[in-house]
Design a protein around this ligand. Structure first.
Ligand code: AMP
Length: 190
């Protein structure tokens, strides 16, 4: 099984690359942000809980996120592997993911990370906000908060996977195709 954590700050291009990589490597793509947005759209209990955090650019609490992620993994017992997009975002989430995969006699193969400068991220997200319909892309203050939360709570996961020799960072600026090539080179080297 190949299990990838697709990593990077908000606006780095994780969703775009996940769409390409899931086809190329025949993996199940789980985006925790997409699952939350689906639940918000369908007015579920999980959606209304998550919305208050998402709209402010804060993280949804670990317990809620972990339960949801675990259920998504269980929905795909025959998967060839997973691309986790937007998860884990905290050390607690990374630890639980490790246990969860170990129970299935597998593990994270690699963290592939898109590296992009902050000001490029802000501009990309403001642009995306014009068409994405996402409230958290429309407000520069919320965007900057999401980037701040990334540095305060999520960026530490680079070291977490580096310690396991699983971190592969690539330049996240360029054409979609070029960036896919960089990620593929990292994945093919596993
Ligand atoms: P994303 O689509 O990955 O940019 O996520 C959008 C928002 O969903 C984030 O700003 C968080 O509020 C929430 N979210 C997504 N994934 C997680 C996660 N792993 N842990 C906590 N909150 C999350």
């Amino acid at each position: 099984m190949t299990n990838l954590v697709l990593f990077g700050p908000p606006g780095a291009g994780k969703g775009t690359q996940a769409e390409v990589l899931k086809e190329k490597y025949n993996l199940v793509h789980i985006s925790t942000g997409d699952v939350f947005r689906f639940n918000i759209k369908n007015a579920t209990e999980l959606g209304s809980l998550a919305k208050s955090y998402i709209d402010k650019g804060q993280l949804v609490p670990d317990e809620v996120t972990i339960n949801m992620l675990s259920a998504e993994v269980d929905k795909n017992p025959d998967a060839n592997g997973f691309i986790f997009d937007g998860f884990p975002r905290t050390e607690a989430q990374a630890e639980v993911l490790e246990v969860l995969l170990k129970d299935k006699e597998t593990e994270i193969s690699a963290m592939v990370a898109l590296e992009v400068d902050d000001e490029v991220l802000v501009q990309r997200l403001l642009n995306r906000g014009k068409t994405s319909g996402r409230a958290d892309d429309a407000d520069e203050e919320v965007i900057r908060n999401r980037i701040k939360v990334y540095y305060n709570e999520t960026a530490i996961l680079k070291e977490y996977y580096q310690k396991q020799n699983k971190y592969h960072g690539v330049d996240g600026v360029g054409s979609v195709g070029d960036i896919t090539d960089r990620l593929s080179a990292a994945i093919d080297s596993l």
